[in-house]
Design a protein around this ligand. Structure first.
Ligand SMILES: [Zn+2]
Length: 399
């Protein structure tokens, strides 16, 4: 799932509102529940015989049980009838009916997959927390005014959210608006931007270190992004935080407050740095697909061998994650990225400093350059594989 090239970026933000929409929220909750009730009462329970065995001495004994497998009605006629029944007595915009049907089906589908895994009982889903899912057909987004207008009742009742003064407005003002989730005092807004893959042709390999990101770009070559400032911020705060921890017992309440303050400040400054960095990267290389090493796979391979790189896993992960919001990021196997000879593919030896040596080619290279180059090469292979997958015959049920 991870390495699928996304075709759009979605950003989500929470804003608060002062409208009293409690009645509307309750009515939508009841509507969604009614949809669930109708679908639930029309589920066909298919009996399936399940064979079990247990060991007695050296032999097996067998017994069978019957399991009920739900078949959820999804045909056109059923959905039309469902829609008709929900419309009856509904006083708001009719598009909310479709949203409620969508909510009902996705909830029942996720119940079903859990039920089949044995994680849920055969009991109907009951909604408890009120919310409304607003489809884009009910939303008007005025980009000049920074105004979002949601239709509650057509030509009668609207809800207007002004986002011009929100901190994220500059980021999303030219984006398309997506679905909104309305709650009692807040709204979750989504904004979409489609990615045009046809001009994303440049693959960029990123090799991450504690104090630098080394980037291999096929046209620009080797680019080093200095992270020593980020490292310095962390060190400065860690010294203060350690000091506070060592005197914590003297005055837990007061020191606790200070600790919280500095931990927060550290978090915000790191976040801010990474946010700016990733924005710069996505602007600097607007057509790039960024290839990172798959952090989750490191433990598997390098548990026993000494890991040479000084890594700061937390900021590496947040850099990749933040960049995912602004560009395309894919992940490759990190196995021996900086130890594989870029010329012949042999395993290289580490030498002093940042030097790696290939005994086969009798050549020395810079470790970081080799790392980013190998990640770049793996990225090319991966993108070709993904493109083949998406153009080739569709494989059902594959993982
Ligand atoms: Zn070699």
């Amino acid at each position: 799932m991870r390495n699928k090239i996304p075709n759009q970026i979605i950003l989500a933000y929470k804003v608060s509102h002062n409208y009293n929409i409690n009645n509307f929220l309750i009515d939508f909750l009841n509507l969604s529940q009614k949809a669930v009730d109708i679908i639930w009462s029309n589920i066909y329970w298919k009996e399936k015989v399940v064979k079990h065995r247990y060991k007695v001495g050296n032999n097996y004994k067998y017994y069978t049980t019957v399991r009920l497998i739900p078949e959820i009605p999804k045909d056109k006629d059923f959905k039309r009838e469902l829609r008709r029944r929900l419309l009856n007595g509904w006083n708001y915009a009719s598009h909310y009916i479709d949203a409620a049907i969508k909510v009902a089906y996705s909830t029942i589908d996720s119940w079903k997959s859990n039920y089949l895994k044995g994680l849920r009982k055969r009991t109907k889903v009951i909604f408890k927390r009120p919310f409304v899912r607003v489809k884009t057909t009910l939303i008007k987004y005025n980009k000049e005014k920074g105004e979002i207008k949601i239709t509650i009742k057509p030509r009668k009742e609207y809800l207007i959210l002004n986002i011009k003064d929100e901190w994220f407005f500059d980021k999303v003002k030219d984006w398309e608006i997506g679905e909104i989730i309305l709650k009692e005092n807040s709204a979750y807004l989504t904004f979409k931007q489609s990615l045009d893959h046809s001009n994303r042709e440049i693959i960029v390999g990123v090799y991450s270190n504690l104090k630098s990101l080394d980037i291999y770009h096929p046209i620009e070559g080797w680019i080093r992004v200095d992270l020593s400032e980020l490292h310095r911020i962390k060190v400065v705060y860690d010294i203060i935080i350690d000091k506070l921890k060592s005197i914590y017992k003297k005055s837990p309440k007061r020191i606790g407050r200070l600790l919280k303050k500095y931990l927060n400040r550290r978090k915000n400054r790191v976040k801010d740095f990474i946010n700016k960095l990733t924005t710069q990267l996505s602007r600097l290389f607007p057509n790039a697909i960024f290839i990172f090493e798959d952090l989750n796979k490191f433990n598997m391979y390098d548990k026993n061998s000494k890991f040479h790189r000084e890594l700061d896993r937390t900021s590496w992960k947040s850099i990749a994650k933040q960049l995912e919001y602004k560009s395309i990021v894919l992940y490759v196997n990190p196995h021996y990225t900086s130890k594989t000879c870029p010329v012949c593919g042999s395993k290289m030896e580490s030498q002093e400093g940042q030097v790696v040596y290939c005994p086969n080619c009798k050549k020395s290279f810079n470790r970081q350059l080799v790392g980013s180059f190998n990640i770049f090469k793996r990225g090319i292979k991966l993108v070709k594989k993904i493109e083949r997958r998406s153009w080739g015959p569709r494989v059902w049920g594959g993982g």
